[in-house]
Design a protein around this ligand. Structure first.
Ligand code: SF4
Ligand code: SF4
Length: 387
């Protein structure tokens, strides 16, 4: 299994075209958030603490597809909130598939069995199922018992119907590398195509703040996990939905700055500056304005305190892919040998921020108008009426 050749070919062709045209900043994955409402309230989630009226907002299929066309990325990831709550999600997905873009529909899977027949299996559609670990670990992460079993049942169902399926696994503080390795074995044996994995970004909007890993702890954890990759007793081999260089970065062997423009984010407020993870920096009125007017130099490791612990794929996979284009032999060697798990860690980027971050002059929607709910709307999160 692994990413199909057609997807690798199309993405490589797209990237080569952008490189040949000398494009400085170009999108790889559009992060499309068509709603913020969810039927779970996970401890590490920084996406759902909005007031009820904002949680009930839905992006129209027209706006979603306009964003897809405006941006032009070859891959569209649809997180949320929980996308399957959105009644018009099948139209949005069908429109993206018709454009021959590769869609990753990210879901906690609680509603998948109910809605699966609204979707058609396609090489362009993948269900990316949220699964943060084994039964105990995942149910703890999503703060609800029984979710792991439902997600596993949904994976089996989707595979039996011929859909592409990956899992989306976020790692938090207190992970046991043996447990993670065993979980990866079990996940692969479900017939999934691959694993998307990242350390959790330390959202300051998340309900719990003690769940996040620091940067150095993340690197050591990934080394310990990758060390266990060889000679798995079950014979399972792990496929990751990442480039070999991104995995090497997670293991602490690459000094990368993030490329937030590689994963531009469009949600019910517009184009979010600068990235999927930072949601208090304002919105751009168009994709072009996002690219042209965002003060990119204010963001990234060492440039902004909120970026200090970030190793998320939405910031660094684009960097790794760029590096692979510039150094194909290095990338090939790593894809054959896997990440290095011993020796010194690569140097960290220097801290260059000191002053309080300035407000962008190009904010389209003032942050003051994007209300966050504090914690008093917890009761609203569970008021979702699955259709
Ligand atoms: S499933 Fe959990 S992490 Fe995902 S949007 Fe819902 S609450 Fe947030
Ligand atoms: S490091 Fe990049 S991707 Fe991560 S929060 Fe900062 S700007 Fe966003």
């Amino acid at each position: 299994m692994g990413i199909p050749l057609i997807q690798m070919y199309r993405v490589a062709r797209y990237l080569a075209g952008r490189k040949l045209r000398g494009a400085k900043r170009y999108p790889l994955v559009l992060m499309l958030e068509p709603l913020f409402q969810c039927n779970l309230a996970c401890a590490g989630c920084g996406k759902i603490d909005y007031p009820k009226d904002i949680l009930q907002k839905r992006m129209s299929p027209e706006d979603a597809l306009h964003a897809v066309d405006e941006c032009g990325a070859p891959i569209v990831s649809i997180p949320g909130g929980e996308p399957l709550i959105h009644k018009e999600m099948p139209q949005i997905v069908a429109g993206i598939v018709a454009r021959k873009k590769f869609v990753y529909l990210c879901t906690n899977a609680l509603l998948l069995s109910k809605h699966i027949d609204e979707y058609q299996p396609s090489p362009y559609l993948t269900f990316s199922i949220h699964l943060d670990g084994n039964r105990h670990r995942h149910d703890e992460s999503v703060c609800q018992e029984g979710v792991f079993d439902k997600a596993v049942a949904a994976i089996r169902l989707a595979r039996s119907k011929g859909f592409r399926v990956t899992i989306n696994c976020t790692l938090f503080a207190g992970e046991d590398p043996d447990d993670v390795a065993n979980f990866f074995d079990e996940a692969m044996q479900l017939g999934i195509e691959g694993i998307t994995v990242s350390p959790g970004y330390s959202y300051h909007h998340a309900p719990k703040q003690d769940v996040f890993l620091g940067r150095t702890a993340s690197k050591h954890l990934f080394r310990e996990i990758f060390r266990r990759r060889r000679g798995r007793p079950t014979g399972a081999s792990w496929s990751f939905n990442h480039s070999a260089l991104f995995l090497d970065f997670l293991a602490g062997n690459q000094t990368y700055q993030c490329t937030p423009w590689s994963n531009p984010t469009f949600n019910v407020f517009g184009w979010q500056r600068p990235c999927y993870l930072l949601s208090d920096e304002g919105y751009a009125p168009s994709y072009q304005s996002l690219i042209d007017d965002t003060e990119w130099e204010r963001y990234g490791v060492g440039r902004n305190p909120r970026c200090d612990n970030c190793m998320a794929h939405c910031g660094f996979e684009g960097t790794a892919v760029n590096d692979a284009f510039s150094h194909p032999l290095k990338a090939l060697k790593l894809s054959l040998l896997g990440p290095r798990v011993t020796g010194p860690l690569a140097r960290e980027l220097p801290i260059t921020y000191g002053d309080a971050p300035r407000l962008s002059a190009a904010i389209a929607i003032p942050v003051s108008q994007v209300r966050r709910a504090s914690r008093e709307t917890d009761e609203h999160r569970h008021e979702v009426q699955p259709h």
